[in-house]
Design a protein around this ligand. Sequence first.
Ligand code: DX5
Ligand code: ZN
Length: 216
Amino acid sequence: MNRIISPSILSADLCNLQKDIEMLNLSDADWIHLDVMDGVFVPNISFGMPVVRAISKLTAKPLDVHLMIVNPDKYIEAFCSAGANILTVHLEACVHLHRTVQYIKSLGMKAGVSLNPHTPVSLLEHIITDIDLLLIMSVNPGFSGQRFIIGSLNKIRQAKELITKTGSNTLIEVDGGISLENAAEIYSAGADVLVASNAIFSSDNPTEYMKRMKEM
Ligand code: DX5
Ligand code: ZN
């Protein structure tokens, strides 16, 4: 399985975002992960559609948009027209998750579902074959630079088992507290896509850092 890296720009230099996007364009980054926070679903506010749209004009890499917001259905079309290629909602924020997932796909985007650290993988049993991406949060969402919750490794294994059992093509993405120190372990638990922000953007050479993460 191809290893995918999706750097999150949350820890990028927001005063020089164009420079960081240009660096990502020339790097081994496969996707660009954009963390949208509303201050309600999570205790932080980041950015929304205008920033996604601005970034989409600077890159041809797929935009992997992670919505940490309540009522995501209300904004799905807006994120699509802003340039999102993969749109991930939180299971905890969706009452009619199946409808939300179908709606995302009907607009031509890949649909992702994310689970907070306390939410069991088994809740996805009846929807796993419908989703393109399962995003396992390995920190409590809201901030960059937190410590990886070790129990997430078991959740990755459970997710892998469910995907294999159901013969689905869903990719497993893991997000939060990932660095060169734990990337190999996370990949071998079954992850296909790693998101990282602080580790990449605080390193001396982000391009080299991502290259090493992929090669682990
Ligand atoms: C956390 C976000 C993450 C975050 C990861 O709520 O969803 O994508 O940017 O940051 P690090 O890699 O610094 O934990
Ligand atoms: Zn994220």
